[in-house]
Design a protein around this ligand. Structure first.
Ligand code: GLN
Length: 190
């Protein structure tokens, strides 16, 4: 049973814990470096990426997170978590930090103000049937590096990507999902 942490200083933690537990993982909240050390894999939830980065810095988790991601810990970022994994951000605040590791440029709040949230059924690479995707003030991926595989798109923009041990979705698979996207991540954890 893999030990999967969910970053829990800010954001939408509970549904991820429930989904991962239902899939048979040992899922727990991560708020301190000792909890991060226990992780075979990590989920970075949706929420507010600027706040998330500041809290990670304040609670001395940002550098340990960077180190674990660099060393190859499988990590799955959803929405704000996608922003946290991105090497480059557009529409961020001037001093906004990320964990990085994913060779993408992510545009924050990309789908625009009028459409704060929407839902769509999207084909997802490797999954037989479309995934029900809930977008909430979501980013999209503006540019991808050569090692990044696009798993799903919406409105012509990548909204799910993978680069080796790293995976990110613009949408919230923990909301109204059927577990297949989390299962995809658990398969990466192995
Ligand atoms: N707009 C948020 C941000 O920039 C992300 C929204 C979300 O995670 N649902 O951090």
């Amino acid at each position: 049973m893999p030990s999967i942490g969910v970053f829990a200083l800010q954001g939408d933690v509970r549904e991820h814990l429930q989904t991962l537990t239902a899939l048979g993982a040992d899922a727990f909240s991560v708020r301190r470096p000792s909890e991060l050390e226990r992780c075979d894999g990590l989920v970075l939830p949706g929420g507010e990426s600027t706040t998330m980065a500041k809290l990670a810095r304040t609670f001395e988790l940002l550098e340990p997170l960077r180190a674990r991601v660099r060393e190859g810990m499988p990590t799955f970022g959803t929405c704000a978590g996608m922003i946290m994994l991105a090497d480059r951000i557009e529409g961020g605040t001037a001093d906004q930090e990320t964990i990085g590791g994913l060779d993408v440029t992510v545009r924050r709040n990309a789908f625009g103000r009028q459409v704060d949230s929407f839902e769509a059924d999207l084909p997802f690479a490797g999954l037989a049937d479309p995934v029900h995707a809930v977008f909430i003030r979501a980013p999209w991926v503006e540019r991808t590096g050569p090692d990044v595989e696009v798993l799903a798109q919406s409105q012509g923009h990548p909204v799910a990507v993978r680069q080796g041990h790293l995976m990110a979705t613009s949408f919230h698979p923990e909301v109204d999902g059927d577990g297949r996207v989390h299962r995809y991540f658990l398969d990466i954890v192995g």
